[in-house]
Design a protein around this ligand. Structure first.
Ligand code: TTP
Ligand code: MG
Length: 362
Protein backbone atom coordinates (compact mmCIF):
# COMPACT_ATOMS: atom_id res chain seq x y z
CA UNK A 1 0.00 0.00 0.00
CA UNK A 2 1.24 3.48 -0.83
CA UNK A 3 1.90 5.89 1.99
CA UNK A 4 -0.95 8.35 2.41
CA UNK A 5 -0.29 12.07 1.87
CA UNK A 6 1.78 13.40 4.75
CA UNK A 7 -0.75 14.47 7.37
CA UNK A 8 -0.54 18.07 8.49
CA UNK A 9 -2.19 19.86 11.37
CA UNK A 10 -2.07 23.65 11.26
CA UNK A 11 -3.39 26.16 13.76
CA UNK A 12 -4.07 29.78 12.90
CA UNK A 13 -4.21 32.00 15.97
CA UNK A 14 -5.56 35.55 15.70
CA UNK A 15 -6.15 37.93 18.59
CA UNK A 16 -9.61 39.50 18.89
CA UNK A 17 -9.82 43.27 18.20
CA UNK A 18 -6.18 43.33 19.22
CA UNK A 19 -5.25 47.01 19.80
CA UNK A 20 -8.67 47.78 21.29
CA UNK A 21 -8.54 44.76 23.60
CA UNK A 22 -5.10 45.80 24.86
CA UNK A 23 -6.48 49.28 25.57
CA UNK A 24 -9.41 47.81 27.51
CA UNK A 25 -6.99 45.63 29.44
CA UNK A 26 -4.94 48.74 30.25
CA UNK A 27 -8.02 50.65 31.37
CA UNK A 28 -10.73 48.20 32.51
CA UNK A 29 -13.31 50.99 32.86
CA UNK A 30 -13.55 50.84 29.04
CA UNK A 31 -14.91 47.28 29.14
CA UNK A 32 -18.21 46.98 27.28
CA UNK A 33 -17.87 50.39 25.64
CA UNK A 34 -17.29 51.17 21.96
CA UNK A 35 -13.52 51.77 21.73
CA UNK A 36 -11.89 53.02 18.54
CA UNK A 37 -8.10 53.05 18.16
CA UNK A 38 -6.69 55.22 15.39
CA UNK A 39 -6.28 58.81 14.25
CA UNK A 40 -7.62 61.75 16.27
CA UNK A 41 -11.28 62.27 15.19
CA UNK A 42 -11.11 66.02 16.00
CA UNK A 43 -14.86 66.23 16.51
CA UNK A 44 -15.56 64.68 13.09
CA UNK A 45 -13.04 66.78 11.14
CA UNK A 46 -10.08 64.50 11.74
CA UNK A 47 -8.12 62.94 8.91
CA UNK A 48 -6.63 59.45 8.98
CA UNK A 49 -8.25 56.10 9.63
CA UNK A 50 -9.41 53.59 12.23
CA UNK A 51 -6.69 51.06 13.14
CA UNK A 52 -9.20 48.80 14.83
CA UNK A 53 -12.13 48.95 17.22
CA UNK A 54 -13.82 46.87 19.89
CA UNK A 55 -16.68 44.55 18.96
CA UNK A 56 -19.07 47.00 20.65
CA UNK A 57 -17.91 49.67 18.18
CA UNK A 58 -18.30 47.21 15.30
CA UNK A 59 -22.02 47.06 15.97
CA UNK A 60 -22.14 50.70 14.75
CA UNK A 61 -20.59 49.58 11.45
CA UNK A 62 -17.12 50.87 12.37
CA UNK A 63 -14.16 48.82 11.06
CA UNK A 64 -10.42 48.96 10.39
CA UNK A 65 -9.31 51.36 7.65
CA UNK A 66 -12.56 53.38 7.79
CA UNK A 67 -11.99 57.17 7.78
CA UNK A 68 -11.90 58.29 11.40
CA UNK A 69 -14.38 61.09 10.61
CA UNK A 70 -16.92 58.49 9.48
CA UNK A 71 -16.32 56.44 12.63
CA UNK A 72 -16.97 59.60 14.68
CA UNK A 73 -20.19 60.32 12.82
CA UNK A 74 -21.39 56.76 13.37
CA UNK A 75 -20.67 56.81 17.08
CA UNK A 76 -19.60 60.18 18.54
CA UNK A 77 -19.77 58.85 22.10
CA UNK A 78 -17.22 56.08 21.39
CA UNK A 79 -13.89 56.27 23.21
CA UNK A 80 -11.26 57.33 20.65
CA UNK A 81 -7.66 56.47 21.49
CA UNK A 82 -4.30 56.95 19.71
CA UNK A 83 -2.33 53.75 19.06
CA UNK A 84 0.29 52.78 21.64
CA UNK A 85 2.48 50.65 19.34
CA UNK A 86 5.18 49.91 21.88
CA UNK A 87 2.65 48.43 24.28
CA UNK A 88 0.99 46.35 21.53
CA UNK A 89 4.40 45.14 20.51
CA UNK A 90 5.27 44.05 24.03
CA UNK A 91 1.99 42.17 24.41
CA UNK A 92 2.49 40.60 20.97
CA UNK A 93 5.92 39.30 21.99
CA UNK A 94 4.42 37.63 25.06
CA UNK A 95 1.75 35.96 22.96
CA UNK A 96 4.28 34.77 20.39
CA UNK A 97 6.38 33.40 23.27
CA UNK A 98 3.40 31.28 24.38
CA UNK A 99 2.92 29.99 20.83
CA UNK A 100 6.60 29.11 20.47
CA UNK A 101 6.31 26.99 23.59
CA UNK A 102 3.82 24.73 21.80
CA UNK A 103 5.49 24.35 18.42
CA UNK A 104 8.94 24.80 16.97
CA UNK A 105 7.37 25.87 13.73
CA UNK A 106 5.62 29.19 14.24
CA UNK A 107 5.09 31.70 11.44
CA UNK A 108 4.13 35.13 12.71
CA UNK A 109 2.26 36.89 9.92
CA UNK A 110 1.30 40.11 11.65
CA UNK A 111 1.41 41.66 15.10
CA UNK A 112 -1.50 39.55 16.37
CA UNK A 113 -1.56 36.52 14.12
CA UNK A 114 0.47 33.36 13.59
CA UNK A 115 0.37 29.89 12.08
CA UNK A 116 1.60 26.93 14.11
CA UNK A 117 2.55 23.63 12.57
CA UNK A 118 1.24 20.98 14.99
CA UNK A 119 1.89 17.98 12.73
CA UNK A 120 4.16 16.48 15.41
CA UNK A 121 1.25 15.56 17.73
CA UNK A 122 -0.68 12.28 17.54
CA UNK A 123 -3.71 13.67 15.71
CA UNK A 124 -6.51 16.25 15.63
CA UNK A 125 -7.83 15.38 19.15
CA UNK A 126 -4.45 16.08 20.74
CA UNK A 127 -3.99 19.25 18.67
CA UNK A 128 -7.42 20.39 19.86
CA UNK A 129 -6.27 20.02 23.47
CA UNK A 130 -3.23 22.14 22.66
CA UNK A 131 -5.41 24.78 21.00
CA UNK A 132 -7.62 24.95 24.11
CA UNK A 133 -4.54 25.21 26.28
CA UNK A 134 -3.18 28.07 24.17
CA UNK A 135 -6.43 30.00 24.54
CA UNK A 136 -6.40 29.55 28.31
CA UNK A 137 -2.74 30.48 28.67
CA UNK A 138 -3.04 33.57 26.47
CA UNK A 139 -6.05 34.68 28.52
CA UNK A 140 -4.32 34.05 31.84
CA UNK A 141 -1.06 35.71 30.85
CA UNK A 142 -2.36 38.69 28.90
CA UNK A 143 -6.05 39.00 29.81
CA UNK A 144 -6.90 38.81 26.10
CA UNK A 145 -8.96 36.41 24.01
CA UNK A 146 -7.91 34.94 20.70
CA UNK A 147 -9.63 32.90 18.03
CA UNK A 148 -8.11 29.72 16.66
CA UNK A 149 -8.75 27.78 13.48
CA UNK A 150 -7.42 24.25 13.04
CA UNK A 151 -7.20 22.38 9.75
CA UNK A 152 -4.88 20.45 7.46
CA UNK A 153 -3.94 23.56 5.44
CA UNK A 154 -3.11 27.19 6.07
CA UNK A 155 -5.98 28.66 4.10
CA UNK A 156 -8.65 26.58 5.84
CA UNK A 157 -7.09 27.20 9.28
CA UNK A 158 -7.13 30.94 8.61
CA UNK A 159 -10.72 31.03 7.41
CA UNK A 160 -11.68 28.83 10.39
CA UNK A 161 -10.07 31.21 12.90
CA UNK A 162 -12.28 34.01 11.60
CA UNK A 163 -15.41 31.87 11.62
CA UNK A 164 -16.45 32.18 15.26
CA UNK A 165 -14.74 35.38 16.34
CA UNK A 166 -14.38 36.59 19.06
CA UNK A 167 -13.04 33.88 21.39
CA UNK A 168 -13.66 31.18 18.77
CA UNK A 169 -12.22 27.72 18.22
CA UNK A 170 -13.14 26.07 14.93
CA UNK A 171 -11.81 22.70 13.83
CA UNK A 172 -12.18 21.48 10.26
CA UNK A 173 -11.20 17.85 10.04
CA UNK A 174 -9.71 16.50 6.80
CA UNK A 175 -12.39 15.73 4.27
CA UNK A 176 -14.78 18.43 5.56
CA UNK A 177 -13.01 21.36 3.91
CA UNK A 178 -15.26 21.75 0.90
CA UNK A 179 -18.52 21.53 2.84
CA UNK A 180 -17.22 24.04 5.42
CA UNK A 181 -16.09 26.51 2.78
CA UNK A 182 -18.95 26.17 0.29
CA UNK A 183 -21.54 28.51 1.88
CA UNK A 184 -19.06 31.24 2.85
CA UNK A 185 -18.86 34.43 0.76
CA UNK A 186 -15.88 34.54 -1.63
CA UNK A 187 -14.25 37.46 0.18
CA UNK A 188 -13.52 35.23 3.18
CA UNK A 189 -10.74 33.64 1.11
CA UNK A 190 -7.60 35.55 2.12
CA UNK A 191 -6.49 37.47 -0.92
CA UNK A 192 -9.88 38.04 -2.46
CA UNK A 193 -10.36 41.74 -2.00
CA UNK A 194 -13.26 44.01 -2.86
CA UNK A 195 -12.31 44.35 -6.53
CA UNK A 196 -12.04 40.64 -7.16
CA UNK A 197 -15.26 39.78 -5.30
CA UNK A 198 -17.10 42.45 -7.30
CA UNK A 199 -15.76 40.95 -10.50
CA UNK A 200 -16.70 37.44 -9.38
CA UNK A 201 -20.15 38.70 -8.46
CA UNK A 202 -20.60 40.05 -12.00
CA UNK A 203 -20.08 36.46 -13.15
CA UNK A 204 -22.73 35.25 -10.68
CA UNK A 205 -20.20 33.89 -8.16
CA UNK A 206 -21.04 34.79 -4.57
CA UNK A 207 -19.88 31.88 -2.42
CA UNK A 208 -16.71 29.83 -2.20
CA UNK A 209 -18.81 26.86 -3.34
CA UNK A 210 -19.77 28.79 -6.51
CA UNK A 211 -16.10 29.53 -7.11
CA UNK A 212 -15.02 25.92 -6.55
CA UNK A 213 -17.55 24.65 -9.07
CA UNK A 214 -16.47 26.94 -11.93
CA UNK A 215 -14.30 25.21 -14.51
CA UNK A 216 -10.74 26.31 -13.87
CA UNK A 217 -10.20 27.08 -17.59
CA UNK A 218 -13.09 29.53 -17.44
CA UNK A 219 -11.55 31.19 -14.38
CA UNK A 220 -8.21 31.44 -16.16
CA UNK A 221 -10.00 33.12 -19.06
CA UNK A 222 -11.32 35.78 -16.67
CA UNK A 223 -8.36 36.30 -14.37
CA UNK A 224 -5.25 34.76 -15.94
CA UNK A 225 -2.96 32.07 -14.52
CA UNK A 226 -3.32 33.30 -10.91
CA UNK A 227 -6.82 31.81 -11.00
CA UNK A 228 -5.39 28.29 -10.67
CA UNK A 229 -4.18 28.97 -7.13
CA UNK A 230 -7.43 30.72 -6.34
CA UNK A 231 -9.43 27.72 -7.54
CA UNK A 232 -7.32 25.45 -5.33
CA UNK A 233 -7.83 27.69 -2.30
CA UNK A 234 -11.58 27.65 -2.89
CA UNK A 235 -11.45 23.88 -2.51
CA UNK A 236 -9.27 24.12 0.59
CA UNK A 237 -6.20 22.89 -1.26
CA UNK A 238 -3.14 24.78 -0.09
CA UNK A 239 0.28 23.16 0.06
CA UNK A 240 2.02 26.20 1.59
CA UNK A 241 4.17 25.26 4.56
CA UNK A 242 4.34 27.12 7.85
CA UNK A 243 7.37 29.29 7.06
CA UNK A 244 9.09 29.53 10.37
CA UNK A 245 12.73 29.55 9.62
CA UNK A 246 13.38 32.33 7.16
CA UNK A 247 12.72 35.29 9.43
CA UNK A 248 16.47 35.67 9.93
CA UNK A 249 16.72 37.65 6.71
CA UNK A 250 17.68 41.20 7.54
CA UNK A 251 19.58 44.25 6.36
CA UNK A 252 21.38 46.71 8.57
CA UNK A 253 23.55 49.81 8.67
CA UNK A 254 25.84 51.06 11.43
CA UNK A 255 27.85 54.21 11.87
CA UNK A 256 30.78 54.59 14.29
CA UNK A 257 31.38 58.23 15.14
CA UNK A 258 34.88 59.67 14.61
CA UNK A 259 34.75 60.67 18.26
CA UNK A 260 32.27 59.58 20.95
CA UNK A 261 29.47 62.13 20.92
CA UNK A 262 26.65 63.46 23.08
CA UNK A 263 25.20 65.63 20.31
CA UNK A 264 21.63 64.24 20.24
CA UNK A 265 20.58 66.09 17.12
CA UNK A 266 23.70 64.87 15.32
CA UNK A 267 22.89 61.29 16.34
CA UNK A 268 19.29 61.68 15.15
CA UNK A 269 20.48 63.03 11.79
CA UNK A 270 22.72 60.02 11.35
CA UNK A 271 19.71 57.75 12.06
CA UNK A 272 17.66 59.60 9.44
CA UNK A 273 20.41 59.13 6.87
CA UNK A 274 20.72 55.42 7.66
CA UNK A 275 16.95 54.99 7.39
CA UNK A 276 17.04 56.68 3.96
CA UNK A 277 19.86 54.42 2.89
CA UNK A 278 18.06 51.28 4.10
CA UNK A 279 14.93 52.48 2.29
CA UNK A 280 16.86 52.55 -0.98
CA UNK A 281 18.22 49.05 -0.32
CA UNK A 282 14.74 47.68 0.51
CA UNK A 283 13.30 49.23 -2.62
CA UNK A 284 16.09 47.83 -4.78
CA UNK A 285 15.39 44.32 -3.44
CA UNK A 286 11.60 44.73 -3.52
CA UNK A 287 11.33 43.97 0.22
CA UNK A 288 9.12 45.17 3.05
CA UNK A 289 10.19 44.82 6.69
CA UNK A 290 8.33 43.79 9.84
CA UNK A 291 10.80 44.49 12.63
CA UNK A 292 13.04 47.48 13.18
CA UNK A 293 15.87 47.20 15.68
CA UNK A 294 17.94 50.14 16.83
CA UNK A 295 21.36 49.64 18.38
CA UNK A 296 23.46 52.05 20.40
CA UNK A 297 26.96 51.51 21.72
CA UNK A 298 28.06 53.87 24.46
CA UNK A 299 31.57 54.98 25.34
CA UNK A 300 33.04 52.05 27.24
CA UNK A 301 31.41 49.67 24.75
CA UNK A 302 28.15 48.84 26.52
CA UNK A 303 25.72 48.02 23.72
CA UNK A 304 21.94 48.15 23.91
CA UNK A 305 19.24 47.34 21.39
CA UNK A 306 15.52 47.98 21.21
CA UNK A 307 13.13 46.56 18.65
CA UNK A 308 9.60 47.15 17.48
CA UNK A 309 7.46 45.07 15.13
CA UNK A 310 5.03 47.01 12.95
CA UNK A 311 1.53 45.65 12.34
CA UNK A 312 1.93 45.24 8.60
CA UNK A 313 4.98 44.66 6.40
CA UNK A 314 6.15 48.17 5.60
CA UNK A 315 8.57 49.97 3.39
CA UNK A 316 7.70 53.43 4.64
CA UNK A 317 11.11 54.68 5.72
CA UNK A 318 9.83 58.05 6.88
CA UNK A 319 7.79 56.30 9.60
CA UNK A 320 10.73 53.98 10.23
CA UNK A 321 13.01 56.97 10.82
CA UNK A 322 10.52 58.45 13.31
CA UNK A 323 10.31 55.09 15.08
CA UNK A 324 14.10 54.73 15.15
CA UNK A 325 14.44 58.23 16.65
CA UNK A 326 11.88 57.38 19.32
CA UNK A 327 13.53 54.06 20.23
CA UNK A 328 16.97 55.56 20.46
CA UNK A 329 15.61 58.49 22.45
CA UNK A 330 14.48 55.96 25.06
CA UNK A 331 17.97 54.48 25.34
CA UNK A 332 20.17 57.57 25.38
CA UNK A 333 21.36 58.88 28.72
CA UNK A 334 24.16 61.21 29.76
CA UNK A 335 26.84 58.93 28.31
CA UNK A 336 28.56 59.65 25.03
CA UNK A 337 27.72 57.47 22.08
CA UNK A 338 30.24 55.56 20.03
CA UNK A 339 28.03 53.82 17.46
CA UNK A 340 24.43 53.68 16.29
CA UNK A 341 22.79 51.20 13.96
CA UNK A 342 19.46 50.18 12.48
CA UNK A 343 18.49 46.67 11.44
CA UNK A 344 15.38 45.74 9.46
CA UNK A 345 14.27 42.12 9.73
CA UNK A 346 11.31 39.91 8.94
CA UNK A 347 11.84 40.90 5.33
CA UNK A 348 9.24 39.74 2.86
CA UNK A 349 8.80 40.34 -0.81
CA UNK A 350 5.12 41.13 -0.51
CA UNK A 351 2.49 42.07 1.99
CA UNK A 352 1.06 38.94 3.61
CA UNK A 353 -2.41 40.47 3.38
CA UNK A 354 -2.79 40.48 -0.35
CA UNK A 355 -5.95 41.98 -1.67
CA UNK A 356 -5.46 41.68 -5.40
CA UNK A 357 -5.95 38.60 -7.46
CA UNK A 358 -2.68 39.38 -9.25
CA UNK A 359 -0.91 38.45 -5.99
CA UNK A 360 -1.91 34.85 -6.57
CA UNK A 361 0.06 34.48 -9.77
CA UNK A 362 1.82 31.19 -9.33
P1 TTP B 1 -6.68 42.22 12.70
O1 TTP B 1 -6.34 40.88 13.30
O2 TTP B 1 -7.05 42.25 11.26
O3 TTP B 1 -7.89 42.89 13.48
P2 TTP B 1 -8.25 42.88 15.02
O4 TTP B 1 -7.34 41.97 15.80
O5 TTP B 1 -8.31 44.27 15.51
O6 TTP B 1 -9.73 42.31 15.03
P3 TTP B 1 -10.22 40.82 14.75
O7 TTP B 1 -10.89 40.38 16.02
O8 TTP B 1 -11.18 40.93 13.61
O9 TTP B 1 -9.02 39.99 14.42
O10 TTP B 1 -5.47 43.20 12.90
C1 TTP B 1 -4.65 43.18 14.07
C2 TTP B 1 -4.26 44.58 14.47
O11 TTP B 1 -3.59 45.23 13.38
C3 TTP B 1 -5.44 45.47 14.80
O12 TTP B 1 -5.83 45.35 16.17
C4 TTP B 1 -4.93 46.84 14.45
C5 TTP B 1 -3.94 46.61 13.33
N1 TTP B 1 -4.56 46.98 12.03
C6 TTP B 1 -4.36 48.26 11.52
O13 TTP B 1 -3.64 49.06 12.13
N2 TTP B 1 -4.96 48.60 10.34
C7 TTP B 1 -5.77 47.72 9.64
O14 TTP B 1 -6.32 48.09 8.58
C8 TTP B 1 -5.98 46.41 10.18
C9 TTP B 1 -6.87 45.43 9.45
C10 TTP B 1 -5.36 46.08 11.38
MG1 MG C 1 -6.91 40.03 15.12
Amino acid sequence: MNDPEPRRIILHVDMDSFYASVEVRKNPSLKGRPVVVGADPKGGRGRGVVSTCSYEARSYGIHSAMPISEAYNRCPHAVFLPPDYLLYNTVSSRIMGILHYHSQRVEQVSIDEAYLDMSHVSGFPEALEVARHIKTTVLEETGLTCSIGMAASKVVAKIASDYEKPDGLTVIIPGEEESFLAPLPVYTVPGIGRKTSEELSRHGIQTIGDLASVDVQVLIGWFGRGAVTLHHLARGIDGREVECCDSSKSISREVTFEEDTDDREGIMNVLDRMAGDLGQALKAEGYSFRTLTVKVRFQGFETRTKAVTVPRPSRNMRDAAVLARRLIGQMLDERRVRLVGIRLSGLARQDTRQTALSDFTS
